[in-house]
Design a protein. Structure first.
Lengths: 311, 210
């Protein structure tokens, strides 16, 4: 049939192009729809793996793509995630569905962003896991960083889109690099100083603790340092709040009032009643006007009123 | 081209008519994905699959494709195949798809594909086209693999991620292997490719420019 048709006519060309395009579109849409669930399950699982990887050293075992879902269940992570704003207050939102990319604008965290927090309770200690995102040398880099109740790094996991294989890719592939972060404090004298990544022998550029850059991947290492600083900046009020609360819990030997464990969420709202924590913590809580009004149990009325007026 | 014998169609591209070192096609990806062996190998396999399928499809359609938009038709077929492969990898072998990341997408821009579709598939029956696709894909994979082996061995001291040189050097009584950073640079790939071409020309006087 094709022999009889003029293959160079405009009509034939247009019809051919249209039919081909429609066929390909149908084929690809079908493939995309049919495989969507499986792909989503894979990316979700990978996200769980990366989140849990940041507390792998506390779990005492390797987190792999295969065991991530089981570990996630085991740690009851589905109930242990929530959102905070950049003031450190808990807000509504689905933590797991937040794309870390959407929290940033031009490398800085958006002030009104809703930040995801995951809390892994391992051996009774709550580790707060925070999400990081930033620019790498060739493409985006991202990761998760967990801090213990004292504000020290409990672990990190990094991933990247297109850093140089064998060099920049070591942020993900070389466990020695990630392990170097463990135990570093992100606060110096109560001030946020992040964990810098600089060449061996060079001082930390944010003034706090540092880890050595990867040899041959200085640029990627620099960007990792920037990513940690910029990403955690938005979490600082939350971490500091939680750290103060955790300190309060420790003072009272884990007695968090009605709550049985010193979970981060529990401590924030219920544990720090004036009775259990003393006036100082109460004052910290009364700093926020709305919080103050809601806190009927805030025993020291005078103090509350004072801070209300100050607002 | 149409007169080529079937064995030549498959074996030619493997060495004497290799797409990379003789036709000098697909150089960009030969430089980009050969720092380590695993991505190089998977890239070679992916390209071979896509090229074989695209060759067959274009060959089947060759008598219907309007001449004026033939390049676009080829591009659509290749792009559709690549997207399909990518989607399937993402759903069923997620780790491999991660390892490949952007490389799968880069297959679309590989000159070998358009070169073979234009030069061979448009003028030949599906079966020779399949052989031609396989031959060229494997020829490409071969060069990639050789380059990646040398680059990973000297650049990172490993093979497929396993420490080889460091262990060897340690056993010989020296302390560790200092990675040769130069081999991880694209320039090293170019030099290795040059050496392969040099060797090949020396062995095959037919290929030498008179």
């Amino acid at each position: 049939m094709h022999k009889t048709m003029n293959r160079n006519s405009n009509v034939y060309t247009v019809i051919y192009a249209t039919v081909l395009t429609v066929l390909v579109a149908i084929l690809l849409s079908a493939a995309s729809l049919g495989l969507k669930d499986k792909q989503k399950a894979n990316t979700d699982n990978e996200k769980k793996q990366q989140i849990l990887q940041s507390v792998a050293s506390k779990l005492g075992k390797e987190v792999t793509f295969e065991n991530a879902a089981d570990l996630w269940q085991e740690l009851k992570m589905d109930d242990a995630m929530f959102c905070v704003n950049t003031k450190g207050e808990k807000v509504d939102g689905k933590a797991f569905d937040i794309a870390s990319k959407s929290l940033f604008s031009a490398g800085k965290i958006i002030p009104e962003a809703t930040l995801p927090v995951y809390v892994a309770n391992i051996n009774g200690v709550p580790y707060r896991i925070m999400s990081m995102y930033g620019a790498g040398l060739w493409g985006p880099i991202w990761g998760y960083l967990s801090v213990d109740p004292e504000g020290k790094v409990a672990g990190v996991s990094f991933d990247h889109d297109s850093e140089t294989a064998g060099l920049g890719s070591k942020i993900k592939d070389d466990p020695a690099f990630a392990n170097a972060f463990i135990g570093k404090s992100i606060f110096t004298d109560g001030k946020f100083t992040s964990v810098s990544v600089t060449k061996a022998g060079k001082p930390a550029n944010y003034g706090g603790e540092k880890v050595d850059a990867i040899t041959g991947a200085t640029k990627t290492s620099d960007y990792v340092g920037i990513m940690i600083y910029e990403s955690l900046l938005g979490y600082v009020p939350f971490i500091q709040g939680g750290t103060a609360q955790a300190g309060c819990c420790q003072k009272h030997e884990g007695n968090c009032g009605e709550k049985e464990t010193c979970g981060m969420e529990g401590c924030q709202k219920e544990a720090c009643t004036p009775e259990s924590c003393g006036k100082e913590e109460c004052k910290a809580q009364c700093g926020d006007k709305s919080e103050c009004a809601a806190k009927a149990e805030c025993a020291d009325k005078a103090e509350c009123d004072a801070c209300k007026k100050a607002e | 081209m149409a007169n080529e014998k079937k064995p030549g169609v498959f074996t030619g591209p493997l060495w004497t008519n290799n797409p990379v070192v003789v036709q000098v096609l697909g150089i960009c990806s030969a430089l980009a994905v050969t720092t380590q062996m695993k991505p190089a190998l998977v890239m070679g396999i992916s390209l071979t699959c896509v090229l074989a399928f695209a060759n067959v499809i274009i060959s089947v359609l060759r008598n219907t494709i309007p001449n004026r938009i033939r390049i676009i038709v080829q591009l659509v077929v290749v792009a559709a195949l690549v997207i399909l492969v990518n989607q399937i990898l993402k759903a069923y072998v997620y780790d491999v798809s991660k390892a490949l990341s952007v490389y799968v997408g880069l297959i679309i821009t590989n000159c070998i594909l358009m070169g073979r579709l234009e030069a061979f598939a448009l003028g030949n029956k599906p079966f020779p086209a399949l052989l031609d696709g396989l031959g060229n894909g494997i020829g490409y994979a071969l060069i990639l693999f050789i380059t990646a082996t040398l680059r990973e061995l000297f650049g990172s001291g490993t093979l497929f991620g396993y420490d080889v040189l460091a262990r060897f050097v340690n056993e010989a009584g020296y302390d560790g292997y200092q990675n040769c950073g130069f081999f991880t640079m694209p320039a090293a790939a170019l030099i290795i490719l040059g050496c392969i071409i040099w060797y090949q020309r020396a062995k095959n006087p037919d290929l030498q420019d008179k």
